[in-house]
Design a protein around this ligand. Sequence first.
Ligand code: 13P
Length: 251
Amino acid sequence: MTRRRIAAANWKMNTTPGEGAALATQLAEATFDSEMIVAVPATHLDRIGQVFKNQQNIKLAAQNVWYEPKGAYTGEISTAMLLDCGVSYVLVGHSERRQIFGEDSDLLVKKMNAAFEAGLDVIYCCGEPLDARDANQQQYYVNGQLTRELATLPFEYLDRLIIAYEPIWAIGTGRTASPEQAQEMHASIRLFLETTFGAVTAQKTPILYGGSVKPANAKMIFAQADVDGGLVGGASLQSDSFVEIANSFSS
Ligand code: 13P
């Protein structure tokens, strides 16, 4: 089975709407040979949805969603609002949402189910903190996240799931997991998928690596057997470096 090859950008809380529209336009005009997914701040969604409207290989992602369809949830954004802006994907479970905003497994499951039910695809993020890695407990830690948050996912949603493994100690630190460390964890995540959902789901679910991916290291990481692409923060804020990353898959 040929796997998808995905370069996903997470702009986090960077760029103004104007700067974001300019960056999105540069991406839309670029040439690359993978799927591109771009997660932008909520204030940019409507405008960049227009920029990506007729693009085959670039899809728009939101960085957050609320699980109720509407109502008294000040500051939150519904699935219908995202869909109306042209959003196809939503990030759920990013370590910054977990650590800074206290999102727990119960909330993540509700968000994922609401997103899938509305027709959005989900990029589900997992990954261990430094103390778990230092104690060599990283597989145990990530397996716990997957068991709590993915194991109960209805079967019908599985073909719209992308997993991003992002070791917290490698995010924004310049310290990347080695290609071997990434491969080891990706293989372990694929094994979880196989035991929980079967071999077909395990083979076709894209598993992305995130954490200080740069043009200089993307080729080595993407060359690993179980790495299907990257979720890129800092290096996605310049179109040339992100396009170079998107062109780092071996042919
Ligand atoms: P950096 O690429 O800046 O380390 O961020 C990774 C990340 O958190 C993407 O979601």
